[in-house]
Structure formats: C-alpha cells, structure tokens
Design a protein around this ligand. Sequence first.
Ligand code: FNR
Length: 351
Amino acid sequence: MISDRKLEHLLLCTHSDVEYHKKTGFKDVELVHKALPEINKEEIDLSTSLLGKKMDAPIIITAITGGHPSSIEVNQKLAQAAGNLNIGMGLGSQRAAVENPELTSTYTVAREAAPDALLIGNIGAPQMEQALEASQMMDLDAMAIHLNPLQEAIQPEGDVDSRGYLENIKKTTEEMKIPVIAKETGAGISGNDAKLLENVGVKAIDVAGSGGTSWAAVETYRSPDKDMGELYWDWGIPTAASTVEVSQSVQIPIISSGGIRNGLEAVKALALGADAVGMALPVLKTSYLGEGALEKFFQKFMDQIKVAMFLVGASNLKQLQKTDLVIQGKTREWLTERGYNTKIYARRSSL
Ligand code: FNR
C-alpha cells in the first residue's frame, strides 16, 4: 500500500540515520569576506519572487508528505509556518490521493492553512500521467515532477523502466496550466539534464543534490537486501556541484537543495546562482517539536543568512548573486573536470 509506505518513510526519516556520508560540497565554497561591507545589516532584504509569487525569503520547504492520515497534521504545521513566514512549500507525491480520493484532505489541508503561500504540487516521473489530475486537486502555484531513479533502483517494488520520461515531461508542460518544476530527490541534476529539461518547457529546477537525505539509505532500511542500499548510499552529484552545473547551463530559476542545514550554506547556494534554497528533513524533524518550533527554526535560519550577507556586503539577493567566492577542493576538481568555469565567481564584484 502506498499509504503505508508513506508512513514508513516518515518514521524512518525521523528516527534513523538516512543522510549521505558524503558531503554537499558547500565547505569547499568560501565567500570572500568584506572588511568594509558598507551596508546596514538591519536593512537586508531577503524578499524575492519565484514562479510569479512574492516571497519574504528565498526558502522552500521541499516535498515531504501527504497520503497517510498522519500526514494531515504534518502538512498543516508545515503550511502554517510557510504561510506565517511567507515562504514556499512543496507537497509530497500526490499519487496516493489520485489513486484514492479519500486521502485528498491530507494534501488540501496545506492550501487551507496557507491560502497565499507559494504551494507546489508533486508527482513522480513514473506516474506522470497523473500530473494533470494532481494539479487540479487544489489551487497550486506549480507542479513538481520528481525524478528518483536511485530510489526506484534500490527499492524492491521500484519502477525501473524510465524510457520516455523526457517526452512525457514535454507533454505535461504543454497540457498543464501551471508551471512545471523538475525536481530530483537527493541525487542531484547535471547541467546536461537541466538543459534537456529546460528545452521541454520546465519552468524551474530543484537540483536536490546529494549530501542530505539519501533515498538509497531510506530504502536500505526497507529492503531485505541491505547490501544494495549500502553500496549506493552515497550515490549522486553533491549539491554544491549540481547547483553550479545547473546555474551555468540554464536560464530558468534554480532551487538549490539536498543537505542544506544552515543559513551559511543557503547563502553559498544563492551566491552560486540559486534563486531559492530548499530543505526537507530538518523541517520535518522540527515539525514534531511543538508549537512555534518551525517559526523559530526558520527565524534562526534567516538570521544566519543575514550575517553572511552582511559580511559580503549584500543587502539583497541580486547583490548576493554578484558576491566574490572561491571554489576549492573536491568541488573545484569535480567542476573543472566537467568543464565548468570555477573562476567566474572569484572577482566578479569588481568587474
Ligand atoms: C522527501 N522527498 C520527496 N520529494 C519528492 O519530490 N516527493 C516526495 O513525495 C518526497 N517525499 C519525501 C519524504 C520525506 C520523509 C523526506 C525526508 C523527503 C525529498 C525531499 O523533497 C528532498 O528533495 C530531499 O529530502 C533532499 O533534501 P533534504 O532532506 O536533504 O533537505
């Protein structure tokens, strides 16, 4: 049952070690400190707009849940926080409700709790024929198609015939009234795949790179064969490298996510070209901590963002995208081997 699997995923992710051992690569990214920031930290403006929606900060709670009775409460809490802070939120895969309409309220509760926030629907690439129906389930601002070949390959009941997905995404972008986002689930998107997705009409890309939640790890706990999940636990393109690859390859907005755990990492992702950052696992865990915990969590995250922005002299996100930074270590090795230019960030503020 899909519904049981949803509950199992929630429990596993909150109680077991499901994160990559390999890192996101953001440690390799150094923002160049400014001894003369020449801005007022109190006036830093985090507001932005994404897919036509104004947001008070470039933060999205990426797809987590829906489809099990217990996810009503989770989605309600996430949406209340998203609404209060005017940030974005993604629903978990809506497949469960497309197949069993009794579960619809586990998703629509989010729109009721956040009438004005950027709300993103979700369907898996293997279920793309359900995308239109999912998009009509409530008032959504965009529909994310999630790409999860790693999870499908490791999970016992996985769908491993991925032929024709790109063509189906093209059809979906054409028939859908709302913008389509292509989203990985933790293994990252390469520059080349990003270009293919942009060319078939996708309007934004969530890189969801490796370094945070590992779906090979999650499936290791569910699978009778632990060896396979353990072998592929760390598979994927690290988030920092994926963010650079995608931002140097496409013009559409980019959401950087996968293992982003603090405001400093968020600032690095934004400086590398992301238009917003996303988080799932830490937000899910915080949602269980009681009244006001999510608001506190995001307030702290935004305070952290502002400190880094102050120290590089950026009073808004546009200025942040021009700040100087140096890419070192493994991330530089990856990017230079792949033919991406890592020098363009180093002194760009003085060009
Ligand atoms: C997810 N994620 C996810 N993604 C998606 O597109 N559809 C989905 O239904 C789900 N479900 C889901 C459940 C749970 C419990 C977690 C923790 C995550 C993936 C999520 O949106 C994100 O891309 C990854 O988790 C990487 O980000 P973090 O967790 O490292 O911040």
